[in-house]
Design a protein. Structure first.
Ligand code: HEM
Length: 187
C-alpha cells in the first residue's frame, strides 16, 4: 500500500525503515506477549481459568500482563529540551534520557506487590506502551490481538501445559524485546 500510494514520495531507505520498524514493533512485541502471557497464565491456573471462562476478566488480564511482563524494557530515547528535575535529580537541557518502562511498571510506589501477577487489580494503568507523543501507535491493535488470542487458545486447548520444567525454559538472555526462545507445549 505504501509503494502504491506513496511510492513516488518515499525513498527505498525510508520504505525499508518503515517495514523494519513495523516488523519489530508490530510482530516481535505481540508474539512475545502472547507466548510469555500464555506461560504466565499456565503458572497461575486460577487466573488462567478466569481468562478462559469469563469475558469480563480478559481486558483487565491483558493490562496486568502488559504491566507485569513489560516486554519492551526501555522507551524510545528522549532528549531534554530544557533543564528538568526528576525525583531530586537535575537533568540538563540537551541530555539523552532513557526511561526504564519495566522498572516503572514494577515500582512499589506505583503499585502494591508489584512482582505479583494479579488480574483482579483493576485499572492501575502501566507504561508498557510508553507515554506521550511517542506512545505506541499499535497499542489498540496489540490489545485486540491479545484479548482475542488468549481466551481462544485456552478454550481450544483446555489441557494446555508446558512440557519442560519452568527453570529449563529458554528465555532470551538479551534482546530489545523480551521473550522466549521457544515454549514446547502439550495438550
Ligand atoms: C504488546 C505489544 C506492544 C508493546 C508492548 C509495544 C510497546 C511500545 C513501546 C514501549 C513504544 C515506545 C513508546 C515510547 O517511547 O513512549 C512503542 C512504539 C511504537 N509501537 Fe509499539 N508495542 C506493541 C505493539 C505494537 C504494534 C502491534 C504495532 C504496529 C502494528 C506497534 C507500532 C509501534 C510504533 C510505530 C511505535 C513508534 C511510535 C512513535 O515513535 O511515535 N507496536 N511500542
Amino acid at each position: 500500500m505504501l509503494v502504491r500510494e506513496h511510492g513516488g514520495e518515499l525513498t527505498d531507505a525510508e520504505l525499508i525503515g518503515i517495514a523494519g520498524l513495523l516488523l519489530l514493533a508490530g510482530h516481535e512485541t505481540t508474539s512475545n506477549m502472547l507466548s510469555l502471557g500464555t506461560l504466565a497464565l499456565l503458572r497461575h491456573p486460577d487466573q488462567l481459568a478466569a481468562v478462559r471462562d469469563d469475558p469480563e476478566a480478559v481486558g483487565p488480564a491483558v493490562e496486568e500482563l502488559l504491566r507485569w511482563l513489560s516486554v519492551v524494557h526501555n522507551a524510545i530515547p528522549r532528549i531534554t529540551t530544557s533543564e528538568v528535575e526528576v525525583a531530586g535529580v537535575t537533568i540538563p537541557a540537551g541530555a539523552l534520557v532513557l526511561a526504564s518502562l519495566v522498572s516503572g511498571n514494577r515500582d512499589p510506589a506505583f503499585v502494591d506487590r508489584p512482582d505479583v501477577l494479579d488480574i483482579s487489580r483493576g485499572a492501575v494503568g502501566h507504561q508498557a506502551f510508553g507515554h506521550g507523543v511517542h506512545h505506541c501507535l499499535g497499542a489498540p491493535l496489540a490489545r485486540m490481538e491479545m484479548r482475542i488470542a488468549l481466551p481462544a487458545l485456552l478454550q481450544r486447548f483446555p489441557t494446555l501445559t508446558h512440557v519442560e520444567p519452568f527453570d529449563e525454559i529458554d528465555f532470551r538472555s538479551f534482546h530489545f524485546i523480551y521473550g522466549l526462545k521457544s515454549l514446547p507445549v502439550a495438550w
